[in-house]
Design a protein around this ligand. Structure first.
Ligand code: ZN
Length: 153
């Protein structure tokens, strides 16, 4: 991440494109303990998150759906980052991700927590894409709360 030779924006593009092309944890968990449907009508992003909580941890998680490259890549990275985490850790990550996207948190302040997710910090300069990037996290939080549907509107 501190490689001076690589432009962070190039890395951002690469990661987004790569996760969009080959999303991780794509599909549906059957059965699942928690699920939620996330909609971003502004962009047309539509995802479903299914997960299994065991002893307060995200034992497994999958997403499926359709949408723009940012929403798909953000969903893919969300699943990778919360798998194996406790609900509290995942909630903390979700709120830090939101703060970063709103420009209220400098990712370098705590790179251990956000890790690769900090690549999305560039989205704060693209207001129309903020909801795309946040959608999977909002959907995850709805799933934890037992809400079926979340909409960014
Ligand atoms: Zn979108």
């Amino acid at each position: 991440m501190s490689d001076a030779k690589s432009d962070p924006r190039d890395l951002y593009q690469q990661v987004i494109l790569e996760h969009n092309k080959k999303p991780r944890n794509f599909g549906t968990l059957q059965p699942c303990s928690h699920h939620a449907h996330g909609l971003n009508p502004l962009c047309g992003d539509d995802i479903e998150v299914t997960l299994n909580l065991e002893d307060g941890r995200v034992a497994d998680i999958k997403f499926q759906g359709s949408g723009c490259a940012i929403s798909q890549a953000s969903s893919s990275l969300m699943t990778v980052n919360v798998k194996g985490k406790t609900v509290e850790e995942a909630e903390a990550m979700a709120s830090q991700f939101r703060q970063m996207i709103r420009g209220e948190l400098e990712p370098s302040a705590d790179p251990n927590i956000l890790g690769k997710l900090s690549l999305f910090q560039g989205v704060k300069d693209l207001p129309s894409r903020v909801k795309c990037a946040v959608l999977p996290w909002a959907t995850l939080q709805s799933a934890f709360k037992g809400e079926d549907v979340t909409s960014t509107e």
